[in-house]
Design a protein around this ligand. Sequence first.
Ligand code: CAO
Length: 446
Amino acid sequence: MAAVREVRVPDIGDFRDVPIIEILVAEGQRVARDQGLVTLESDKATMEVPSPAAGVIRSLKVKVGDTVSEGHLIALLESEGEEGDHAEAAAPVPASAPATGSAPVSPGPALPQAAASAPAPAPSAPPTMTPPPPERSTTASLPYASPAVRLYARRLGVDLTKVSGSGRKGRILKEDVEAYVRGALRAPPAAAPAAPAPGEAAGLRLLPWPKVDFAKYGPVESKPLSRIKKISGANLARNWVMIPHVTQHDEADITEMESFRRKLGEEHKELKITPLVFLIKAAVAALKAFPHFNASLDESGENLVLKRYYHIGVAVDTPEGLVVPVIRDCDRKGILDLARELAEVSAKARAGKLSPGDMAGGCFSISSLGGIGGTAFTPIINAPEVAILGVSRSQYKPVWNGERFEPRLMLPLSLSYDHRVIDGADAARFTGFLARVLGDLRRLLL
Ligand code: CAO
């Protein structure tokens, strides 16, 4: 049941006729137990008188400038009386002590921010008052502020050592903290933002996109992007700006592989066996040899998640735009199975029938433009994967065999990798490994 209590000045030692310098609450205000009600300040110290219980301030019996001694009536509190509440004259809280309940009350260094997030002090501190700094002439002196102001500053994340006080003897008031926050909000950012972790916005500060009235220069027609283009475009843009891409180019001699592929094609006329299926098998072998390519950064950007499965994404060009279905467990499938599955997923992709699940869970992607043309390109990494292999059209080139040039079928490889995870030397080793495997498929048995 609610009861009206008198809140009086507690035992404050030898101090008498101490002025009240701050009233921290208003009549009718709900207060928590231990919340500061008034601040007292003598020539030698300041302290707060805390509320002995949770409740509502019915009336205040003092004002700023009044002088009080032990036992002086401060306020009437309609308390929500719980067992164990303090007696009416609660122990005072030293105003300039570090914000830990039993900390010594002599002036010391300001709390570091981490410690400053500790809960507000319990009112069990000894009834000793803390001397305010005589002068706030050096920045090394203890920030001189009441616990309420300290708590307020902590909640706003303000380091009180950076705030100058406008109160008596340089005391930091609530208004000083507010003025500091206002100033900080107006100030330009001190430094460029830190590199974004995966999952965070890049926070780029770019020029606005140029606005051009194209119709001024000739006839135009506006056509909306397809749904797939909009989705893949947003993904590609994020991946391009958030991943530091480097592309390593190499060539594989696939002369022998090509004659094997043709032979297989004649034996399995029902299947379309293209170089891509060999590339999938070679990629799995390379991912096994270089496990950090078969990995993703976690959301914090501080850990690499290594995968023990081998699901390969294949970029498929469809009339609606680019999609990347994933072929699962490529380590457990042979060339013929992969050729069959590749034909199925690319037909499904072109028919617009892929489900989100068909495109999820990839470890590494391959983008082949070999059927179309070109000599090299820079594929964009399919986040959160850390590398992607681009393949261009093979062509016969004169290759020096130590004695003479001979015509060899050379396949261009372009490996884009996330430089946060993969170093250039490893990328060169990875493409070199791929080239050796494609040059001699027996290596897949090793
Ligand atoms: N060099 C020379 N010829 C190649 C080749 C290469 N690297 N890759 C494929 N070919 C040949 C194939 O053998 C086939 O010829 P034959 O019919 O005579 O055997 C022909 O080119 C067409 O192949 P394909 O493109 O139909 O089949 P694929 O297995 O190579 O590729 C698929 C399948 C779905 C990946 C492909 O059709 C596709 O969509 N590619 C585009 C991917 C894309 O847009 N990537 C860009 C993304 S941007 O990062």
